[in-house]
Design a protein around this ligand. Structure first.
Ligand code: FAD
Ligand code: 2HG
Ligand code: ZN
Length: 471
């Protein structure tokens, strides 16, 4: 049952009606635990507004009554940003009912939709008008565009198309006091002052509720060529990346990397996957080219990889010969989060570095982690083409909470200190949420943190938006 004050409950009910409220414990439960089952909280109520006006009415009430609000989209986030705390006082505001695609404009190459639309539905709507929405994540069947914008999600095509930030032209946002900022501009040029859009993108529900967005569409690629590569070390893959960029230019869409232990984990814990190459290799890359022209893509990829084989920079290559084989390659890559969940408790490091610094970092980090614990299990994979590693450490499934907490503190410090030394980022694409909030405070400069606090204070003076997250 809800422990909300009856008067507040009555007002929320008036704002969103029966269909917009989830009050019973069983109904609320799915909104109170994250995808990784790492964070569980307790909400006073789950409110599911059907549109912007209802969201504004809810925020007005919460602002006035100083009621804390946790916005939630698909609840696939990896940093606990959408999970309420344990107080039972926070309202979860779910965007799932705001799921309309408002307009598609193939001539302007834009799509306008509400925040709760699933990423996969946006991809499909773009395809219906022979266009392409390039954001692509393993969670695309269940994450929402509002969550993607709020976390500035990355994924597998950033190398070619950029992060979510680069794919948004305009936003509509309900502010913490219930006012609506109508910023749904479908413009590629707009220099009329501070960029409010970019302030809300990546703000993880701490500055307002994104209710709709204008997204940028691209020409639809009609051809793709995919390969799996085995290499001796990361240096070789970094060299290969540079060569492929030179040879294939904008056609290079994805360059994903995984270490041998990461591949072994997937093969052991995900059904119906097979190692793509006969021999074992220390590192692997999954590479994809795409083009709006049909001809010559596979031979371009083969030619470039042939050169790399001849020079000895890579050890083995499998170029996909069919759609089914391409799918099989991607199934391996997309199985990694599930495999980690099944195999143990992952201490996640979602880091970004200059690509030229990645190999040196990986060597130093492994040496330091092994010095701290000779049996440490490093699961290193990620979006090498963007300089983004998921440099995770896996603990046994039955690790006690205090063991996990101590190991997290110890390994975070080792990894994040090295990232900071290399002028990298401790949060590349998953957001800060509650997972990295203290780490962010530790590494951000006083000036930067102060600026962030002032922005937060001016937009959310009652501190009701996602308290305990990010800042
Ligand atoms: P939620 O988890 O519901 O929320 C995430 C954050 O955004 C929270 O802080 C929440 O308060 C806020 N939020 C949500 N909606 C709104 C809104 N409308 N207005 C304001 N704030 C809001 N992420 C990547 O970047 N790259 C990947 O490759 C990737 N792969 C993944 C693979 C798997 C299998 C899984 C489970 C997750 C993966 N993720 C990845 C993480 C996750 O899918 C993304 O962070 C995604 O953008 C979250 O969207 P969501 O709708 O689920 O948001
Ligand atoms: C990916 O790249 C996701 O597959 C998830 O960002 C990363 O599970 C992870 O650590
Ligand atoms: Zn990722």
């Amino acid at each position: 049952m809800s422990n909300l004050h009856p008067q507040l409950l009555k007002r929320l009910h008036a704002a969103v009606g029966d269909a917009g409220l989830v009050i019973d414990s069983e109904g609320k439960a799915p909104y109170e635990t994250d995808w990784l089952k790492k964070f569980t909280g307790s909400s006073s109520i789950v409110v599911r507004p059907a549109n912007t006006a209802e969201t504004a009415a809810v925020m007005c009430i919460c602002h006035e009554t100083h009621t804390p609000v946790v916005t939630q989209g698909g609840n696939t986030g990896m940093s606990g940003g959408a999970t309420p705390d344990g107080s039972g006082a926070q309202v979860v505001l779910s965007t799932v009912r705001m799921n309309a695609i408002r307009a598609v404009d193939p001539l302007n190459n834009t799509l306008t939709c509400e925040a709760g639309v699933l990423l996969a539905h946006i991809q499909a709507a773009a395809q219906e008008v022979d266009r392409f929405f390039p954001l692509s994540l393993g969670s695309e069947g269940s994450c929402t565009i509002g969550g993607n914008l709020a976390t500035n999600a990355g994924g597998i095509a950033v190398l070619r198309y950029g992060n979510t930030r680069e794919l948004a032209l305009g936003l509509e946002v309900v502010l913490p006091d219930g006012r609506v900022w109508h910023g749904l501009r479908a413009l590629r040029k707009d220099n009329t002052g501070y960029d409010l859009r970019d302030l809300f993108i990546g703000s993880e529900g701490t500055l307002g509720v994104i209710t709709a967005a204008v997204l940028k569409l691209s020409p639809r690629p009609v051809a793709r060529a995919t390969a799996w590569v085995g290499a001796r070390d990361i240096e070789a893959l970094v060299q290969l990346l540079a060569q492929l960029r030179a040879d294939c230019g904008e056609r290079l869409v994805a360059f994903e990397m995984m270490s041998a232990p990461s591949l072994a984990l997937i093969l052991a814990h995900v059904a119906d996957v097979r190692a793509p190459l006969g021999e074992e290799h220390a590192f692997h890359a999954l590479i994809e080219l795409a083009d709006t022209q049909g001809e010559g893509l596979a031979s371009l990829l083969e030619g470039s990889l042939e050169k790399a084989l001849e020079s000895g920079s890579v050890q083995d290559v499998a170029v996909s010969a069919s759609g089914a084989q391409t799918q099989a390659f991607w199934k391996i890559r997309e199985g990694i989060s599930q495999a980690q969940m099944r195999a143990g408790k992952a201490i996640k490091h979602d880091i970004a570095l200059p690509i030229s610094a990645i190999a040196g970092f990986a060597h130093r980090a492994e040496a330091a982690l092994r010095a701290a614990d000779p049996d440490v299990r490093i699961i290193n994979f990620g979006h090498l083409g963007d300089g983004n590693l998921h440099y995770n450490v896996l603990l046994p499934l039955d690790s006690a909470p205090e063991v996990l907490a101590a190991a997290t503190a110890r390994f975070n410090r080792i990894v994040h200190d090295m990232v900071a030394e290399a002028d990298g980022s401790i949060s590349a694409e998953h957001g800060v949420g509650q997972l990295r909030r203290d780490e962010l405070r530790h590494y951000k400069s006083e000036v930067e943190f102060d600026l962030m606090m002032r922005i937060k204070q001016s937009l959310d003076p009652n501190q009701i938006m996602n308290p305990g997250k990010l800042i």
